[in-house]
Design a protein around this ligand. Structure first.
Ligand SMILES: *[C@@H]1O[C@H](CO)[C@@H](O)[C@H](O)[C@H]1NC(C)=O
Ligand SMILES: *[C@@H]1O[C@H](CO)[C@@H](O)[C@H](O)[C@H]1NC(C)=O
Ligand SMILES: *[C@@H]1O[C@H](CO)[C@@H](O)[C@H](O)[C@H]1NC(C)=O
Ligand SMILES: *[C@@H]1O[C@H](CO)[C@@H](O)[C@H](O)[C@H]1NC(C)=O
Length: 368
């Protein structure tokens, strides 16, 4: 107790002498403060969907979600922390809360706008999710609040220095693919991908106008091979859904072309990206190389590959199995990686060498 208290006072002393801070009313920020703003879908939603009117298919606020790390369901679609949580830890920020969390008002560290099931296109699960344009509107609300709290100039500085993590697009392909293939048939694959990337680009440019300069983009995971999709092929002996794989690869290719373009068009635009697709495929195919024993079957769910989305028993199928040792698994439920897989990816993002994470890794992005 004594030594704990001693450390505590020592830390305060240390912080006030060594780290220069700037105060605005009751908010004090270190001089090199870098906030983290997050836009996206279930890969990065830390609980916004707990507060919207949607279906339990698009929520994870029940047991056993969250059980490994938080010991209670937070709304994260995994057993523990997600990529933005690990990034916040590395950047010495507190975990960044969901925008819709009641009573949350310390926006100076950043905000998470992501929503399970959301897409870039407004049509993707319209009415059940917070689509990317609405996430952008929420971000604009935050800009207004920051200006009120910090003043025009300091708010702008905060937004310029901040890092923007964007992980979205998956649902724009999965939803039409699994529920309404006619949407995809009315466009060519290239046209559809261009529409998704076109709208994503529009949103990036809007964030840029508000000051956003430093971005992190996660490419799309190999959705054609996840337990949820594989379980939909009757009698599947291990094959993936080729058409979905093609769309995902087209999207990732288009994204990797548009980012250098934005870098050349928008002064000061810097980004970081790592190949989430290959990262997961490698762990699914060679789990033991990375400390897992099972790469293809989910930990929590029902049926082949545990691909029926029943984890927690709150959906149509009530019976489900939960594996004994979650850290053996790459996938926690039918569509989402485990905390351990996310942690490995977040480490690559943070400090990966340029052949894996580039043009900047996150460590550099936060320091600049
Ligand atoms: C939530 O959605 C359901 C079904 O779509 C609807 O009946 C209900 O009125 C909605 N509740 C709110 C608070 O909007
Ligand atoms: C954005 O998506 C809409 C459909 O939601 C589409 O009509 C529009 O052309 C897209 N915009 C761009 C710039 O691609
Ligand atoms: C759980 O799995 C991890 C990783 O495979 C392993 O290191 C650990 O020993 C396992 N724990 C138990 C209780 O089996
Ligand atoms: C990337 O480069 C590092 C050294 O800079 C090397 O150790 C590693 O094997 C390379 N990885 C790949 C996938 O090329």
């Amino acid at each position: 107790m004594m030594s704990l208290r001693f450390h505590f006072y020592f830390l305060i002393l240390y912080a006030s002498i060594i780290i220069p801070t700037k105060c605005f009313g009751n908010i004090c920020l270190p001089k090199d403060h870098v906030a983290l703003f997050i836009f996206g879908d279930s890969i990065v939603d830390v609980g916004n969907n707990n507060y919207i009117n949607t279906t339990t298919y698009l929520q994870s606020n029940f047991w056993p979600y969250g059980e490994s790390f938080f010991k209670y369901p937070t709304g994260r679609a995994s057993n523990g922390r997600l990529i933005p949580d690990f990034i916040a830890e590395q950047a010495n920020l507190p975990l960044i809360p969901p925008y819709l969390h009641p009573g949350f008002n310390r926006y100076t560290d950043g905000v998470n706008f992501a929503s399970i099931g959301a897409g870039v296109l407004a049509e993707t699960r319209q009415g059940l999710v917070i689509d990317l344009y609405t996430q952008l509107d929420y971000f604009k609300n935050i800009e207004t609040l920051l200006k009120q709290k910090l003043g025009e100039e300091e708010a702008k500085t905060l937004l310029v220095k901040a890092v923007y993590l964007i992980c979205i697009g998956s649902n724009d392909y999965i939803v039409p693919f699994t529920t309404n293939p006619s949407i995809l048939q009315s466009y060519s694959q290239e046209k559809y991908v261009n529409m998704v990337i076109g709208n994503l680009t529009t949103v990036i440019k809007e964030i840029y106008k508000k000051g956003g300069r430093k971005y992190v983009f996660l490419g799309l995971p190999p959705w054609g091979c996840i337990p949820y999709i594989k379980a939909q092929i009757p009698g599947n002996k291990g094959t993936c859904m080729e058409e979905l794989t093609t769309l995902v690869k087209l999207h990732n290719m288009a994204l990797s072309k548009v980012l250098p373009k934005l870098e050349s068009q928008l002064k000061g635009f810097k980004y970081s990206t790592a190949d989430f697709y290959s990262f997961l495929i490698e762990r699914m195919n060679s789990p033991s190389k990375y400390g897992f024993t099972e790469g293809k079957i989910a930990c929590c769910g029902t049926g082949p590959y545990k691909g029926i989305p029943s984890c927690g028993g709150r959906k149509t199928v009530k019976e489900y199995e939960l594996c004994e040792n979650i850290s053996d698994y790459v996938f926690f439920d039918s569509g989402h990686p485990t905390e351990k897989a996310y942690q490995q990816f977040a480490e690559l993002l943070w400090s990966g060498t340029p052949n894996i994470t580039g043009p900047y890794n996150l460590k550099t992005l936060f320091e600049r």
